[in-house]
Design a protein around this ligand. Structure first.
Ligand code: NAD
Length: 477
């Protein structure tokens, strides 16, 4: 039975959202030449701010600022660059509550996730890469590895500040300068990060933030003076970017979509596995590239696992992202909600069986209940396509080789999970699964020292760890 909880809202008084925001270029906020767009709170549909939409001339101005700054930044001794990154990391910690509240308001994710996962990971990435800045000659990339130059970076809306950290921290540590475009539905924490750069006295032009949608992103990645392109987002846009930069000298890393298998064997600790299934697909409303969106469960325990999973799902609390007891927040946009609904309806029409616990959804904002589909086959679109929402597709298997075959039967290859009591089986599965990350008896665990990235249509290049440095330095690891 679910407990009744009294409301426990986090105050939003700590956050000062301005009515409008310009672009952050050359160390200051400036007006753009283009029009502006609204960013809204997806939990209430309230307009939060007007944000400048950078056009090609604005992007050019940002790239020129980054190019000017590159000269000094790349020649600065690594230990001096490190001081700026450590300073940024400490300010992120000091302003952690403000960043977490703003992230939850603009994105819709539960405050307990932005407070306990996103923001601590953001700080950890800056600390980690700060530590590398004066040790690059020991990274295995030759005695004097050099930065590429100006990095053009485009990120998605699911982990707005964390994706910024994954991109900006290694780029700066290696001596590159940056023009970053946040997603159009979640620009606010990137703009607060710009203020943090000012607070840290980062030299002007080292970080530039240009806001806007796809056209702005296109202007960033295709700018002739951008040397390195780093993109995280959908496979469709990733392919468009690969086409846009083909034939140029630009270095490219693409972190794209996923359709991970979370594989539960009959000897797994079932309660622990159920927690892993829940966090695998319902963490961040399922807006997670490495979400465990396909549950592969061994036939002999399928009924038991599903029974316990449904019981656990009935205790999940959905609603106000700023309530400290909320487990599942709002879907990030009306558009994303539309996509989730459409794919769920396709699941119904293809004959899979849909189940959700009974839950009251708020009347305004964008919401989708935690959902599980059973009776799913590999041919179903809900087993093949990334839904990017709180929707789990369940398939069964009998033998380890059948599990491997089904898990790998996807155009993606970003992550996978294995739940079993046997170490040898974990190693066997990990070496046969075509996925960049394989978690064993856990899921969605991140560390800045650990490389992350995909196979096949999940992209190429790695972020995090020593491998992540290689993406921002000349020479191969
Ligand atoms: P998206 O591809 O629609 O947008 C991502 C970013 O690209 C946004 O900033 C957008 O404005 C910009 N963009 C759109 N068109 C562009 C173009 N033609 N040129 C340049 N930029 C363009 O993705 P999304 O809906 O924001 O994010 C969800 C996707 O991101 C999912 O597929 C998810 O799996 C993926 N993702 C991957 C990782 C990873 O590390 N592999 C991490 C998080 C999210």
């Amino acid at each position: 039975m679910a407990f009744e909880y009294a409301p426990a809202p986090e105050s939003r008084a700590i956050v000062d959202i301005k009515a409008s925001y310009g672009l952050f270029i050359d160390g200051e906020f400036v007006d753009g030449h283009g029009s502006s767009f609204k960013t809204i709170n997806p939990a209430t549909e309230e307009t939060l701010a007007e944000v400048a939409e950078a056009d090609a001339a604005d992007v050019d101005r940002a790239v020129r600022a980054a190019r000017r700054a590159f000269r000094g930044w790349s020649r600065m001794p690594g230990k001096e660059r490190a001081k700026y990154l450590f300073r940024i990391a400490r300010i992120i910690q000091e302003r952690g509550r403000e960043l977490a509240v703003l992230e939850s308001i603009d994105n819709g994710k539960p405050i307990k996730e932005s407070r306990d996962v996103d923001v601590p990971q953001v700080a950890a990435n800056f600390f980690y890469f700060a530590g590398w800045a004066d040790k690059l000659e020991y990274a295995g990339l030759g005695p004097d590895p050099q930065p590429h130059g100006v990095a053009g970076q485009v990120i998605p809306w699911n982990f707005p500040l964390l994706m910024l950290a994954w991109k900006v921290a290694p780029a700066l540590a290696c001596g590159n300068t940056v023009v970053l475009k946040p997603a159009e539905t979640t620009p606010l924490t990137a703009l607060l990060f710009a203020e943090i750069c000012q607070q840290a006295d980062l030299p002007p032009g080292v970080v530039n933030i240009v806001t806007g949608a796809g056209a702005t992103g296109h202007a960033v990645v295709s700018h002739p003076d951008v040397d390195k392109v780093a993109f995280t987002g959908s496979t469709e846009v990733g392919k468009a970017i690969a086409r846009a930069v083909a034939g140029s000298e630009k270095k490219v890393t693409l972190e794209l979509g996923g359709k991970a298998a979370n594989i539960v064997f009959d000897d797994a600790p079932i309660d622990q596995a159920v927690e892993g299934i829940v966090s695998g697909i319902f963490f961040n409303q399922g807006h997670v590239c490495c979400a465990g969106s396909r549950l592969l469960v061994q036939e002999s325990v399928a009924e038991e696992v599903l029974g316990r999973l449904k019981r656990r799902m009935s205790t999940l609390r959905i609603g106000d992202p700023l309530d400290k007891n909320t487990d599942i927040g709002a879907i990030n946009s009306a558009e994303q909600l539309g996509r989730i609904r459409e794919l769920a309806e396709i699941g119904d029409s293809e004959g899979a069986e849909r189940w959700s616990p009974s839950c009251d959804l708020p009347s305004s904002g964008f919401w989708f209940p935690p959902t599980v589909f059973t009776g799913v086959t590999q041919a179903h679109r809900i087993a093949r396509e990334e839904i990017f929402g709180p929707v789990l597709s369940v398939l069964t298997f009998r033998t380890p080789s059948e599990a491997v075959e089904k898990a790998n039967n996807t155009p993606y290859g970003l992550s996978a999970g294995v739940w079993t009591d046997k170490g040898s089986r974990i190693l066997h599965m990990a070496s046969h699964l075509r996925a960049g990350v394989v978690w064993a008896n856990t899921f969605n665990k991140f560390d800045p020292a650990s490389p992350f990235g995909g196979y096949k249509e999940s992209g190429y290049g790695r972020e995090g760890g020593r491998q992540g440095l290689a993406s921002y330095l000349k020479g191969e690891i």
